[in-house]
Design a protein around this ligand. Structure first.
Ligand code: PMP
Ligand code: GLN
Length: 383
């Protein structure tokens, strides 16, 4: 393995899901739902295969999906993109993030991201030979946020891009208009590209709405906006994502993408186009049901002795394990199957400064109520 990838090993999601299978534990680690997406959309995928959507789609993606993405961005956010040249379909958001970083960042340039960060960011930045500068999100008044001065100080003349994930995995923070305005202002002042990971855009709670960074004045022109179908439609295995950006950015990202995977799989694209046009009511119901599940898991974790942070979005509850007498989340999550028959994710693996997240553990609530209840009953053994 090349030296720049040696620090990465196996992802924590693979390690912890394998641990769950091996020990027969309830898996509240890796974030994937245990119920299916909208039935008519699933049927559309089968029908697309029966109808012959089985050869390479066009490089930028199936036109109908690109058009559906454009309509969705316009209807929800008032953002206008041209389906011909400003939208690119990718193999999930993961490929979009990797291709964007590889396309836009020179070796030695710096990319700012908020820690804890989704694990693919550090690996994508390393693949590009670029350097990650992590700005720490810290709890304040019950939610995780950043210090604007720390963000400003993290930007140097070598900084090329900032990677912004909101709604944020793993903390559940949805950046406010004020927080986003600080980021936007710095992007304009320091001439940065924003790469935004918005895969949880529809999964927000308590009436909180996701605001894309590209909607801020001057930002559409410097933002590579990324999302995908996996979370919105509970089809994480479909790996269908998209990039919306000004033409020159999309052309750059496509230049890289065509040599990573050439195109994304065809049948899913046909079905996701249908989903974006016809299944947003289903998504609204998913969001309401996830809000109930969040409350269910939060109440249960509190009763089991964890200190919990209320997420405003995503699939995840962030907990502090210190009230239970534990200090190291990695140690605890490796023992959790034996102690309680449950698997969770140690948040510290998403930090450049692991000591800042040592006591945090992430639990997923995108599971059936009875699964959440059983996990909570087992976790009560800890106290
Ligand atoms: N970004 C974040 C923040 C995620 O949680 C995930 C996990 N699904 C991804 C990107 C990857 O999305 P996809 O499965 O579409 O590649
Ligand atoms: N996004 C999901 C999570 O954060 C799963 C990602 C993965 O398995 N790579 O748990």
């Amino acid at each position: 393995l090349v030296s720049r990838m040696r620090a990465f090993g196996t992802t924590i999601f693979a390690e912890m899901s394998a641990l769950a299978v091996r020990t027969g534990s309830i898996n509240l680690g890796q974030g994937f739902p245990d119920t299916d997406g909208p039935a008519a959309m699933l049927d559309h995928a089968s029908e697309a295969i029966a109808a012959g959507a089985n050869q390479y789609p066009p490089g930028p993606g199936v036109l109908d999906l690109r058009q559906a993405v454009v309509e969705h961005r316009s209807a929800h956010y008032g953002l206008r993109y041209d389906a011909d040249g400003e939208v690119l379909v990718t193999v999930g958001a993961t490929e979009a993030i990797a291709a964007a970083v590889l396309a836009l960042c020179e070796p030695g340039e710096e990319v700012v991201a908020f820690e804890p960060y989704y694990d693919s960011y550090a690996a994508s930045i390393a693949l590009a030979g670029a350097r990650l500068t992590a700005v720490t999100l810290r709890p304040a008044q019950g939610r995780f946020t950043f210090d604007p001065d720390e963000l400003r100080a993290a930007i140097t003349p070598r900084t090329r891009a900032i990677l912004v994930n909101s709604p944020h995995n793993p903390t559940g923070t949805v950046f406010t208009r004020e927080e986003l305005a600080v980021i936007a202002e710095l992007c304009l002042e320091r001439d940065l590209v924003a790469i935004t990971d918005e895969v949880y855009e529809h999964l927000t709670f308590d009436g909180v709405e996701h605001i894309p960074l590209a909607t801020f004045p001057g930002m559409r022109e410097r933002t590579v906006m990324i999302s995908s179908a996996g979370k919105t439609f509970s089809v994480t295995g479909w790996k269908t994502g998209w990039v919306c950006a000004p033409r020159e950015y999309v052309a750059a990202v496509q230049t890289v993408k065509q040599f990573l995977t050439f195109t994304a799989s065809a049948p899913w694209q046909v079905a996701v186009a249908y989903g974006l046009r016809h299944e947003l009511e289903w998504v609204a119901a998913l969001r309401a049901s996830l809000e109930d599940k969040r409350d269910r898991l939060m109440d249960g974790l509190r009763a089991a002795g964890f200190s919990v942070y209320r997420p405003q979005g995503t699939y995840f509850v962030q907990t502090d394990i210190r009230p239970l007498g534990f200090a190291d989340g990695l140690e605890l999550t490796r023992r959790l199957p034996e102690l309680a028959g449950v698997v969770a994710i140690p948040t510290q693996v998403f930090y450049d400064h692991p000591e800042r997240g040592a006591h945090f553990v992430r639990f997923a609530f995108c599971k059936r109520d009875e699964v959440i209840d059983e996990a909570v009953a087992r976790l009560k053994r800890l106290s």
